[in-house]
Design a protein. Structure first.
Length: 604
């Protein structure tokens, strides 16, 4: 029998990389046609808008962040004036977010001539690196076969593609985390000072993108002490090089902070917000909800982190209350539901149908958890990675549970899922049934826990989490501004369709229908300008027929009256304007309606 010769590991990796890039480009094509490139400028209450505004100021020449960017959102305004917030932040000069992504975004904007679509294309291409670093880490931990399977899982993971196509930093964090672990394990094996220097440098870069990685620093140093305790000279070199690389990459931040008068090690002012939102007794930490105790906590503590932690914990009546909240968040982390924030993965699947055919979190979690348990029994030498996974769980659970916050954890789970799958296949090939049966049993148990036992039903009954109306409403606004009225209407119809599936979402349904009516009336105006009167009348008729609560919306009634007047349908227009006057007598809207009626009566 002729033996089939398999391609080399390098060839297979290149094929997987090519597949990952091809899928990302297909997804990007859908994103480029959508409203997503416009969201950073329109969605002012989002991190996307903040990063885009900040990056533009850097691009304009504020390289040191001397005119430090700080959004002052509606919820912040409701709690305290801006001057008070600046005091709570530790000074206006402290960055609002970790600065790494803002500076990377500024660079990408320079390279693309200010095009957000171009930025998303570059992010899509750069995001393919997660495939390569997953391969490198899995091969270092296990072998090349596991590396190839891990690379394939990363290439096919839908949330990676989605978040690489929006203006948020989260797509880069898994790449940095896997790279950090690979460099650390490689340096442990080779025991060369350049490897430790590189690991420290990546650790410093990671801190500039996500400050929570600081929790891993003592874990890493402790692991070095444990691993090299019998070789004090090598331990000194390794620890020294890690700290040197870390300090070198942080030096621009230190210089900047000294230049503008901020605390030297201040990276971001969001730590206090995140801890309060995720840990008070009145917190609703599945999603981003502001607890009522947030303002009083800031007033009592003046924004000092240690005092904030103590005051936040004191809102609980006992240890049981606090632990119960943490277990609730742990359930949320395991729950397959992708909790939206800034953008919605469910909405992304409507924009890019490709995402629906790719791997999802609910598929990866049971495979990865079973593989992780198996790895703990078979390969204790990978303890450092397990410690990092533990840090990731703490980071995710320490604040609100959002889909984008668990991307790094998903990347680690894919490495262990690959190991479990390879071991199971090895058992089947060797006709040893117990290993694959044990692994598949673990997968089934984890899937049962994830899909049946632990899901949080209340999340799916929350209209904001389940539907995320801003994804549709802001997208519709972008399409309308671009003159793509059909796309705007389609967005709002999709939102209405999803809202109809649950009677509890009636308010969102009304909102979607009301916005659609306004879009159709704006569409009618454009058609009138182009002389297409029959089509304009059709749009007004549809808007008029929508059950959008016109009786409670005099602004919509006024718009309907105006549209009928523009079309020469004077009686219908008069009827709507009279309803405005009856609904809101003495108001500005009634005055405007009365003025139009006066002009109508004076017309020949």
């Amino acid at each position: 029998m002729t033996r089939v010769r398999l391609p080399s590991t390098r060839t297979l990796l290149l094929i997987i990389l090519g597949l990952g890039l091809a899928l990302r480009l297909i997804h990007f094509a859908a994103v480029a046609r959508s409203a997503y490139p416009e969201l950073p400028t329109l969605f002012e209450q989002s991190d996307m808008h903040g990063f885009a505004t900040w990056a533009e100021s850097i691009r304009a020449g504020d390289l040191w962040g001397e005119d430090t960017f700080h959004p002052y959102t509606s919820w912040m305004h409701a709690i305290a004036p801006l001057s008070t917030w600046e005091r709570w932040w530790g000074g206006k000069a402290v960055f609002q977010q970790a600065p790494g992504y803002a500076y990377l975004l500024a660079l990408l904007l320079v390279l693309t001539g200010g095009s957000m679509t171009g930025v998303l294309l570059l992010q899509t291409i750069l995001g393919t690196a997660v495939v390569a670093v997953a391969f490198a880490l899995a091969r270092r931990m296990f072998d090349a076969r596991v590396g190839l399977v891990a690379a394939g899982l990363c290439a096919l993971y839908g949330p990676f593609l989605f978040f690489q196509g929006v203006i948020l930093r989260d797509w880069l964090v898994p790449i940095l985390d896997l790279l950090l672990l690979w460099l650390t394990l490689r340096a442990l094996d080779r025991r060369s000072w350049p490897g430790w220097l590189a690991a420290g440098a990546v650790l410093g870069v990671s801190l500039l993108f996500k400050p929570a990685v600081l929790l891993f620093v003592p874990v890493l140093l402790g692991w070095l002490v444990f691993s090299l305790r019998k070789e004090p000279r090598r331990l000194g070199v390794a620890a020294g090089c890690v700290l040197l690389g870390f300090a070198l990459l942080l030096s621009p931040l230190l210089i900047r902070n000294a230049k503008v008068g901020a605390p030297w090690l201040a990276v971001s002012n969001r730590g206090t917000d995140a801890f309060i939102v995720g840990n008070t007794a009145d917190a609703r930490p599945i999603g981003l909800h502001l607890p009522e105790s947030m303002g009083p906590i800031y007033e009592k503590t003046d924004g000092r982190l240690g005092a904030v932690i103590v005051e936040t914990l004191s809102t609980h009546e006992g240890l049981g209350s606090f632990l119960g909240l943490q277990l609730h968040k742990l359930r949320g982390m395991i729950d397959p539901f992708e909790v939206p924030n800034n953008v919605s993965y469910a909405h992304g699947r409507e924009v890019s149908p490709l995402l629906g055919w790719l791997l999802q979190y609910w598929m990866i979690f049971p495979l990865g958890l079973a593989g992780l348990v198996w790895a703990c029994m078979r390969r204790p030498r990978n303890g450092l990675v397990l410690c990092f996974a533990g840090v990731q769980v703490v980071v995710v659970v320490s604040t609100s549970i959002l889909a984008r916050y668990r991307l790094s954890l998903a990347a680690l789970l894919m490495v262990y899922a690959a190991a479990g799958l390879v071991w199971a296949v090895d058992g089947l090939r060797a006709r040893r049934w117990r290993p694959p049966a044990a692994y598949l049993g673990g997968v089934a148990a984890a899937a049962l826990m994830q899909l049946v036992v632990l899901p949080i039903g209340a999340t799916r009954q929350n209209a904001f989490c389940a539907l995320h109306p801003p994804s549709y409403l802001i997208s519709a606004q972008a399409y309308q501004q671009a003159g793509r009225f059909d796309a705007a209407v389609a967005e709002l119809e999709r939102l209405a369709t999803r809202a109809r599936q649950n009677p509890a979402f009636h308010a969102v349904l009304e909102q979607a229908l009301g916005h659609q009516a306004f879009v159709r009336l704006a569409w009618s105006d454009r058609l009138i300008e182009r002389g297409r009167l029959d089509e304009a009348r059709a749009q007004v008729s549809v808007a008029e027929a929508l059950p959008a609560g016109q009786a409670e919306n005099p602004l919509l009634m006024l718009a309907l009256g105006r549209s009928h007047l523009r079309l020469g349908q004077f009686e219908q227009g008069r009827a709507w304007l009279e309803r405005v006057i009856a609904a809101r007598p003495g108001s500005d809207l009634a005055t405007k309606a009365q003025r139009w009626l006066s002009r109508l009566s004076q017309a020949p």
